[in-house]
Structure formats: C-alpha cells, structure tokens
Design a binder for this molecule. Structure first.
Ligand SMILES: [Zn+2]
Length: 287
C-alpha cells in the first residue's frame, strides 16, 4: 500500500468530548463492537450500553498507544497489550481482500437515513462523525442505528488485491448490541458536494483540533446501487473485536481529486492490512 501513515499520526489522539451523539442504538445480541474507531472497544455488551461516551471513554481507558507504522503499527498491535490479542490471534479479522464470492439469497440493505446533527472529530487516527439520532439501517428483521462514520485512506478492504482511494465506514448498532459496519469505497471522480458540509471543516496542518457540529445526511455517502458483499469480521482498529457484521457495497462513490487530497493532507495511510480469511466465506447479494 501506498500510503503509510504520515507523521500526523504521531499526534496524540485528541478526543474531544462530543456533545452530540448520535445514536443509535443499543444493545446487543452478540458481541461487541464497533468498528474502527480507534476506540472502540468493547468487549462486553455492557460496555456498550453507555452510548454517548462509548467511543471516547473506551478510548481513554483501554487503549495502548497504537499507530499504522513502526513499533506500534499493525504487525505489533496484538502484542501491545493483552486487550489487543485478537489482533494477532483472531480468526475473523477485518479488513479482508474481496476475491471469490458466493452469490446467495441475502436480505436487501434498506437505508432509512435522515439529515441529522453530527459532531465531527479528528481523533489522531481518523476523522469521524458521530450522529445524534435518527438514521437507521434495516437488514431483514434487524434494525440498526447509525452511530458514527469515518474515513480511511486508502481503502481498507481490497477487491482482487486492489485498493480504492478511500473507504468510508458507517458504523451501526442494533438494540441487541450487534455491530454492523457498511463499507463504501471511494474513488476519484466527480466532487461530492454534499460532503462539503464536512470537508469544509477538516482540520489543517496547523490546527488539528477539530470539533465541529453540523447537519448532514449520511445518504450522501451511499452509491445508488445497494448491491453488497457480506462477511463476519472485526473492528479494524485495536482491540480488533470480532462479532462485527460487515456489508461492503459493491459500487463506489466518487470524490473529487481535490477532496481526496484535502483529506490526505491530514490523514494518509490509516488502513490496516488485509487479514486472512481462515475459511470464511464472502457472500454476495445479487440485486
Ligand atoms: Zn473504519
């Protein structure tokens, strides 16, 4: 991969208190966690019950310092602290390369997203938005609430070994606590003007602190086609908790070259390398 994390990353994560939260959901039925958030941790369902602080407190209290390169990079995450052991011993880790897929009957992804208040935060590992309430994802009989979304550059998942320019992760949680992450690839093309509501407020090299409230409809981050592949995986950041349902949309969205470059000036190389499948199947939803 091309982009390794830039020196920006050495900045200590700024966890800004997030006034808003969005939410979503609730609680579990299964495991644990949230994806990527550097923070997210969650090893037990009860940890998740505290929605508002979920991401941030966990980050503060459990994290060992980790990064995307060097002695605290992905190859070492599993050794940084016993809490991150899944990063090296897990067999259902994310991201993965999407190669062979198995077409099967899967429920459609039904996005019920609305404009919602968000808080934009730069935490040292990515830029994420926490939504206060309202946007839902229905998959079969299960309803998930959108908790937050954030970006990776380049993409974490690959398709036949190839990265996309970026990838957005929309992190959801069901009332029962099941975590579902929708991954959307981003490739360079037309500008996504709706994203300017966020992009206009990205941190700069001289001011990396960021805490900005806005109103945004996350539907702007979805392609027209809802075709997807699904597999069982994990958070892609420590503690790399498993039990995460992944839905990776087959069709990318576009951002302009300028939009991609603006993000990369702040963060580049915040992608964990792809992980082994260990026999997992990647299922393809046929439209
Ligand atoms: Zn992510």
């Amino acid at each position: 991969m091309l982009l390794r994390r830039s020196s920006f990353f050495s900045i200590s994560p700024l966890l800004l208190a997030v006034p808003l939260l969005l939410g979503g959901c609730g609680a579990p039925d299964s495991p644990q966690q949230l994806e990527r958030e550097p923070a997210s941790q969650i090893t037990s369902p009860d940890v998740m019950s505290n929605d508002h602080h979920y991401f941030h407190e966990v980050e503060r209290s459990h994290s060992a310092e980790w990064s995307y390169e060097g002695q605290t990079g992905p190859d070492h995450w599993g050794d940084l602290t016993p809490q991150y052991v899944l990063a090296k011993n897990g067999r259902r880790q994310s991201p993965i390369n999407i190669g062979d897929t198995q077409s099967t009957q899967l429920p459609p992804l039904s996005f019920d997203y609305h404009p919602a208040k968000i808080v934009l935060v730069y935490n040292g590992h990515t830029i994420k938005e926490t939504e206060e309430r309202g946007s839902l994802l229905h998959v079969g009989a299960t309803t998930f609430g959108l908790k937050q979304f954030h970006f990776h550059s380049p993409s974490e998942h690959t398709v036949n070994g190839e990265h996309f320019d970026m990838e957005v992760h929309l992190v959801h949680r069901s009332e029962a606590g099941q975590i579902a992450v929708v991954g959307v690839f981003i490739h360079q093309g037309q500008a996504n003007l709706a994203l300017d509501a966020i992009w206009n407020y990205l941190p700069t090299e001289t001011n990396k602190q960021l805490e900005y409230e806005s109103v945004f409809n996350a539907v702007s981050l979805l392609p027209a086609s809802r075709q997807y592949v699904a597999y069982d995986g994990s958070l892609t950041t420590p503690p790399c908790t498993e039990g995460v349902k992944w839905f990776v949309l087959t069709n990318p969205i576009e951002l302009s070259k300028a939009q991609i470059e603006k993000f990369r000036r702040i963060i580049s190389g915040n992608n964990r390398p792809v992980q082994k499948l260990y026999g997992r199947r990647v299922l393809r939803h046929a439209d």
